[in-house]
Design a protein around this ligand. Structure first.
Ligand SMILES: CCCCCCCC(=O)SCCNC(=O)CCNC(=O)[C@H](O)C(C)(C)COP(=O)(O)OP(=O)(O)OC[C@H]1O[C@@H](n2cnc3c(N)ncnc32)[C@H](O)[C@@H]1OP(=O)(O)O
Length: 229
């Protein structure tokens, strides 16, 4: 997952919804690997549940087993969503994020790569992301582009919220391997204009334009609010 770097000036326990948590980095890394492993298996479970053709009685037995596992996980839970946390070493983590949370099995396994002219990510979407038959759901495409374009706008150093996101679905996006790309087009004051696209084997399937806005209260480099939203 993307590791964000809050400001060295950050000292408050909870700034802009980002929580200071002084778990040592090696412990965060260890726990993240454990939860990521669990999420991978749950992701497999989702795909298997969608595509299973086992008989009804077997489905009922599997469900009972799963109910027992859920009860075990519920014996120790956070009181609400995972949020964004960072420690004194400026390691940050947002394990519940909808697009790239390490502990979130619903999140596609997205790894954003930052380059000199923008960001890209390669990923494979399976049956859990289907909209039209064999094609990616349009809302999933928008979610993915929103995220990578937001990361591009933030450039890992500033807060930038999605203000307006315009999608052009040029053709169906097939399930399977995809590439996301995004780059900054221009900036005007607190507004950052970003272009993004999804490319499949046959070429570009979706293009997007976005206006990302640095909120008045969160403008400036290094704020602890810069973690992924
Ligand atoms: C690493 C991070 C990856 C994150 C990827 C995911 C990104 C997300 O999904 S963020 C979640 C979805 N977005 C939101 O929840 C945002 C909700 N909206 C807001 O918080 C505010 O409306 C916000 C921050 C967009 C703008 O608020 P504010 O700072 O008060 O703006 P305001 O002072 O009115 O306007 C500033 C400028 O932006 C423009 N602007 C304001 N809102 C919008 C908008 N929605 N669309 C386009 N432009 C806008 C204004 O016209 C103004 O332009 P100009 O300076 O030329 O007059």
């Amino acid at each position: 997952m993307t590791s964000r770097r809050p400001s060295p000036e950050a000292s408050a326990v909870n700034v802009g919804g980002v929580v200071r948590d002084d778990t040592p980095t090696d412990e965060v890394d260890r726990r993240e690997a454990v939860l990521e492993s669990l999420a991978g298996t749950v992701r497999e479970l989702i795909d298997a549940a969608i595509r299973t053709t086992v008989e009804d009685a077997e489905v009922h037995r599997i469900r009972a087993d799963l109910d027992a596992l859920v009860a075990r996980l519920r014996t120790a839970q956070l009181p609400g969503p995972a949020g964004i946390r960072y420690n004194a070493e400026l390691r940050s983590w947002n394990w519940g994020n909808a697009v790239m949370g390490a502990a979130n099995a619903i999140a596609p396994p997205l790894r954003v790569v930052h380059g000199p002219s923008g960001c890209h990510a390669d990923l494979v979407l399976g049956a859990a992301y289907e909209g039209p038959p064999g094609l990616v759901h349009g809302g999933v495409s928008a979610m993915l582009l929103d995220h990578i374009m937001g990361e591009t706008a933030s450039a890992m150093r500033r807060t930038a919220f999605t203000g307006t996101l315009t999608m052009r679905y040029r053709r169906g996006t097939p399930l399977g391997p995809l590439r996301l790309e995004a780059g900054i087009v221009r900036e005007e004051g607190r507004k950052i204009f970003v272009a993004g696209s999804i490319t499949a084997a046959g070429g570009v399937t979706v293009e997007a334009d976005g206006v990302f806005v640095q909120p008045a209260a969160g403008t400036g480099d290094g704020s602890p609010q810069q973690a992924s939203t």
